[in-house]
Design a protein around this ligand. Structure first.
Ligand code: SAM
Ligand code: SF4
Length: 463
């Protein structure tokens, strides 16, 4: 726990000297180099109370995101395989003491059916999610589930990257998890504040703060080289959580030469029979949420920031502007719910928490285009061995954008050709044409050739 220094973090939050307009403007100016910020600099930005400086910070966050990744937004959907859980997290509907929850662990056939639903809507990336249970979410089951998802194929359309959000493992078990060919391993600390953590996780294996805090160390030591961290905002002071999560990111970067591949920023949503979720002790308001997202973007420019469908559509549009690089779309949070939604069965008594954005993937895609964001279904890095330090090197130098944008365009065209309705097709084709026209000449030739291959029926065209 030595890298989460609570006393030091609170001293930064309380240090009034850091609330200095000139200092804050200098920090924003420095962040334009996209080399990141120190913890103290982030603490100063957290204290900004001037509207004009806040806007300067927001536009700089957008600028930094675009010099690293371009205007692309990577799309994915969660796939819940079980809601069985032996933990008792006070904010989650899956907690053991919620006796009214209908428990379900999907069979491999049901996992295939759920995957086929997602494939049919055009998804290429899945985040596999599970409760923690020694039997229902045993490692062997996760392995079988991952294989089932990769194997599902409808006329050549399939899922090409599976990220996993499951309970922390030992080094040996992480080695086995890696052998399933997963993409990123995600695990959120929920809260970095020790006392709050103990209160929120009264029983079950998750009550061990350090086991969770060092999960990413064990994952990296086992050879998994893309890891994703996160905070569940609303459990304690968001300023503390932001600085503590950044301490974690800086520590991983210093020790392993790679920081977190992604940072997730879930806010507490109402959940069935979950007292803390229904009355968050430190609810984060929208203006503070926007600020902290912009600060994360400036502090760790190389890291993907993931925004889920917990947030409502209107706010999501504003948050894209602040440096978000990956979003979920068309999501459901209970096992089996994609198929059940098709059959109009209410999943409320099985879901983990309520969603804010209920739009379909197609609606989100169209909206992204109208806002000037390029929807990306690219999964190339992981299959081209651009993970871990290879990815980080490209991200830290901004080179990754040169790869992301052409790959985003070819995978988006594949989506448009195979899944979009006529109205979306029209918007998307104009959007793609515009992107090509605005690219440098050499890149435009390359992109046009890739798109020609896609139009000739080739799938999964990337470099
Ligand atoms: N059970 C594993 C665990 O807790 O690490 C796997 C992930 S859990 C199913 C997914 C994440 O959902 C949690 O890490 C937590 O941050 C988030 N979550 C739980 N309850 C939530 C709520 N009420 N609102 C928003 N997010 C919630
Ligand atoms: Fe179980 Fe994860 Fe929910 Fe906690 S957050 S009750 S560990 S599913």
């Amino acid at each position: 726990m030595e890298f989460i220094n609570e006393e030091f973090i609170f001293s930064l939050i309380d240090n009034k000297k850091l609330n200095d307009k000139k200092l804050q403007r200098d920090i924003i100016e420095k962040s334009k180099e996209a080399k990141g910020l120190t913890l103290e600099e982030c603490a100063s930005l957290l204290q900004i109370d001037d509207q004009e400086i806040t806007q300067e910070m927001f536009s700089t966050a957008k600028f930094v995101k675009e010099i690293i990744y371009g205007n692309r937004l990577v799309l994915f959907a969660p796939l819940y395989v079980t809601n069985a859980c032996v933990n008792n997290c006070l904010y989650c509907a899956f907690r053991k003491d919620n006796k009214d929850l209908i428990r379900k662990t999907l069979s491999l056939d049901e996992i295939r059916e759920e995957t086929e639903f997602l494939v049919k809507t055009g998804h290429k990336r899945v985040l596999l999610v599970a409760g923690e249970h020694p039997k229902q979410s045993a490692l062997r089951f996760i392995g079988d589930a991952v294989k089932t998802v990769y194997d599902a194929n409808i006329s050549g359309a399939n899922i090409r990257r599976i990220n996993v959000n499951t309970a922390p493992l030992s080094i040996d078990d992480f080695k086995e998890l890696k052998s399933f060919e997963i993409g990123t391993y995600q695990c959120f600390q929920e809260t970095y504040h020790y006392e709050t953590y103990l209160k929120m996780h009264p029983t079950g294996p998750k009550k061990d703060y350090s086991w969770r805090l060092y999960a990413m160390d064990r994952a990296l030591q086992s050879g998994i080289d893309d890891v994703g961290i996160g905070v569940l905002f609303g459990l304690t002071d968001h300023r503390f959580e932001t600085l503590a999560m950044l301490s974690h990111a800086f520590n991983l970067d210093a020790r392993y030469g790679i920081g977190p591949h992604t940072i997730s920023i879930p806010r507490l949503e109402p959940a069935f029979n979950a007292p803390v979720a229904n009355k968050p002790p430190y609810a984060v308001d929208d203006p503070s949420f926007k600020k902290l997202i912009a600060i994360l973007r400036l502090a760790v420019p190389y890291t993907g920031i993931i925004l889920s469908t917990r947030e409502r559509a209107e706010l999501r549009r504003e948050l894209f502007e602040l440096g978000v690089s990956q979003i979920s779309a068309g999501s459901r949070t209970s096992p089996g719910s994609y198929k059940e939604t098709e059959n109009s069965i209410n999943g409320y008594q099985m879901e983990q928490f309520q969603l804010g954005d209920h739009r379909t993937l197609e609606e989100v895609v169209k909206d992204c285009c109208s806002l000037g964001y390029l929807p990306s279904f690219c999964t190339a890095c992981y299959r081209s061995d651009r993970t871990g330090d290879r990815f980080m090197k490209l991200a830290k130098t901004g080179e990754i954008g040169k790869i992301c944008v052409p790959n985003a365009l070819s995978t988006f065209k594949e989506y448009v050709n195979n899944f979009a309705n006529e109205e979306t097709k029209k918007v998307a084709i104009d959007f793609i044409q515009n992107e090509i026209e605005n690219s440098e000449e050499k890149a435009a030739v390359k992109i046009s050739k890739m798109i020609e291959r896609v139009d000739n029926g080739e799938r999964d065209v990337f470099f």
